[in-house]
Design a protein around this ligand. Structure first.
Ligand SMILES: [Zn+2]
Length: 216
């Protein structure tokens, strides 16, 4: 039975690598996948992994209709055995509903990959809808690690290495970024709560006298 499967995790936990591996394994068996992504770090129409792999993909922008696209593709004689969607957290809830319909009405399995929560530890709308609709939710087993060595479960947004908690839900950035740019870092919950990034932990270790001191 085809399923809607949501592979979820933090940034940097190997989602795109797994998406590319699933694509490889299935195409090696003669199956044809339709690959979609949204705002991949490698640019429009690309699905890329931090390990350096990249493949062409269809960019699913605002207003893109997955169901209509697949019906159109199939009705023109195109083939598709399964669907891969990366960066699914950026999709609108209505687009996730379309993916469920692709499974139910077209009989295609859909593998969606996405970050569960944003930098404020709130669910992305696309991820929330996936949790609501998916036949299965798989938490990725390759664990990203916090700077302290604990399992990283939260995404922090940083500016100049300092964690920020205000701002738009989607700001382009990556875990590899210049020092003064908006970037992201995965943290354990404890250090997300304390807003302690690797940069601030280094600063605290190097200069203990920056700790707040109350006089009086
Ligand atoms: Zn930590």
């Amino acid at each position: 039975m085809p399923e809607l499967v949501f592979f979820s995790g933090t940034m940097d936990c190997g989602k795109s690598t797994l998406a590319l591996q699933i694509e490889h394994n299935r195409s090696a068996r003669g199956l044809k996948g339709m690959i979609f992504t949204r705002d991949d770090r490698a640019g429009e129409g690309k699905l890329s992994s931090r390990l350096g792999l990249v493949t062409d993909a269809i960019e699913a922008a605002d207003g893109f209709d997955f169901y209509a696209h697949l019906v159109d593709h199939l009705s023109r004689g195109g083939s598709a055995d399964y669907v891969i969607v990366d960066e699914a957290q950026f999709l609108a809830p209505a687009q996730i509903d379309q993916l469920a319909r692709v499974v139910d009405d077209l009989g295609l399995g859909v593998f969606a990959f996405g970050i569960t929560t944003d930098f404020r530890s709130k669910l992305f709308p696309g991820s929330q809808r996936l949790v609501e609709l998916a036949d299965r939710v798989e938490v990725l087993q390759v664990e990203a690690l916090c700077w302290c060595g604990a399992r990283a479960t939260h995404n922090a947004r940083t500016v100049g290495g300092v964690m920020v908690v205000e701002g738009a839900q989607v700001v382009v950035g990556d875990v590899n970024h210049a020092a003064d740019e908006v970037g992201y870092e995965v943290l354990c919950r404890r250090h997300h709560r304390k807003r302690m990034t690797s940069a601030s932990s280094h600063a605290a270790a190097l200069s203990p006298d920056v700790l707040p001191v109350t006089s009086g």
